[in-house]
Design a protein around this ligand. Structure first.
Ligand code: PMP
Ligand code: GLN
Length: 388
């Protein structure tokens, strides 16, 4: 393994899911739903397979039907904010958001460029910045125990920008903390990006999981449309994480750049799934509302249960993850806690420290996923009550 990747090892998600399988524990670690997405969308994939649509290389940028559906989705949900995109020049289908992140960074960074990312961050960010030869500069979201939320210090963000900063890599709703950046924070980030002439890659895969208020795409803020690469994922929005279909929307020059990298990573992405997801994106509002309401109820069930079990809970405003502080339970090391948890309580969770450069900042925090059946969450909560 080369020096760029040597520090990364095996992803925590693979490690913890393997631990769940080995111990038979309830897996609230890796973020994947235990209920597949809509039946009619699965049927659409079967139809495409059977009818021979997408069984051979689809067009590299994505099939026209899916690109049109992505553009229509942007218009439908964000048109009132002035956002729209051209399906031919401003949309790229990718192999999950994971490839969208990798291709964006590989396309846009020069070796030595600095990339600012909000810490804790989704684990692929650090590895992809490294593969692209960039230097990561973390800006830490700080826990605010009094309000049970995390906060971005905008002065800290501003101070992190140097002459070598090329790009901000953002994520809102934020994995793992569940933070949703406010309108004011996004406006300030947009001002900073314009002032310092920065590109922004914004990972908005949880755009349909904002529990209070509505999702605000960063690209809709003044001056951002032409400097922002926005990333979405069918895995998250339609509960098909195994299909690995995501997308990028951005101005034509940026999409062309990301496409250049994508060509040589995968060239194209799962054909029949693209046909099915073109239909999924057009599902009525009731689908999106139902998905959100279901996960809000699950957030509350798990959050209440964790509180009752003695955890300090950081209430997520978005995503399907909840971050907890384990210190009230008498523990300080999330790694050790998560390694022992299957044995002690029959539950698997993720230590937040893995999402930090400043690991000590994340040490006492542990993430649980609530994209699971109600009875599974209930059982997990019952088991965790035995910990105190
Ligand atoms: N970004 C974030 C913030 C995520 O949480 C995830 C998946 N857990 C991804 C990207 C990757 O998405 P995909 O499965 O579409 O590659
Ligand atoms: N994004 C999911 C999570 O944060 C896992 C994705 C993966 O396993 N790569 O849990």
């Amino acid at each position: 393994l080369n020096r760029r990747l040597a520090e990364f090892g095996t992803t925590i998600f693979a490690e913890m899911s393997a631990l769940a399988v080995r111990t038979g524990a309830i897996n609230l670690g890796q973020g994947f739903p235990d209920t597949d997405g809509p039946e009619e969308v699965r049927e659409a994939a079967v139809r495409a397979l059977r009818d021979g649509r997408g069984n051979q290389y689809p067009p590299g940028p994505g099939i026209p039907e899916l690109r049109a559906a992505i553009a229509a989705h942007q218009e439908r949900f964000y048109g009132h904010l002035g956002l729209s995109c051209d399906p031919d020049t401003e949309v790229l289908v990718t192999t999950g958001a994971t490839e969208a992140i990798a291709a964006s960074l590989l396309a846009l960074l020069e070796p030595g460029d600095e990339v600012i990312a909000l810490e804790p961050y989704y684990d692929s960010y650090a590895a992809c910045i490294a593969m692209a030869g960039g230097r990561r500069v973390p800006v830490t979201l700080r826990p605010r125990p009094e309000s049970g939320t995390y906060a971005l210090d905008l002065d800290e963000l501003r101070d992190a920008v140097t002459d070598r900063t090329r790009l901000l890599l953002l994520n809102s709703p934020h994995n793992p903390t569940g933070t949703v950046l406010t309108r004011d924070e996004l406006a300030e980030i947009a001002r900073l990006a314009c002032e310092r002439d920065l590109l922004v890659v914004t990972d908005e895969v949880y755009e349909h999981l904002v529990f209070e208020g509505a999702h605000l795409p960063l690209a809709s803020f003044p001056g951002m449309r032409e400097r922002t690469v926005t990333i979405g994922s069918a895995g998250k929005t339609f509960s098909f994480t195994g299909w690995k279909i995501g997308w990028v929307t951005a101005a034509p020059e940026l999409v062309a750049a990301v496409r250049s990298a994508k060509q040589f990573l995968t060239f194209t992405s799962g054909g029949p799934f693209q046909y099915a997801l073109a239909e999924a994106l057009a599902l009525p509002d009731s689908y999106y509302a139902g998905f959100l309401n279901d996960l809000r109820a699950k957030r509350d069930l798990l959050g209440d249960g964790l509180r009752a079990a003695g955890f300090e809970v950081y209430q997520p405003q978005g995503t399907y993850f909840v971050t907890t502080d384990i210190r009230p339970l008498g523990h300080t090391d999330g790694h050790a806690f998560c390694r022992a948890l299957p044995e002690r309580a029959g539950v698997v969770a993720i230590p937040n420290a893995v999402f930090y450069d400043h690991q000590e900042q994340g040490a006492p925090f542990v993430r649980f996923a609530f994209c699971k059946k109600t009875e599974v969450l209930q059982e997990a909560v019952d088991r965790l009550k035995g910990l105190a």
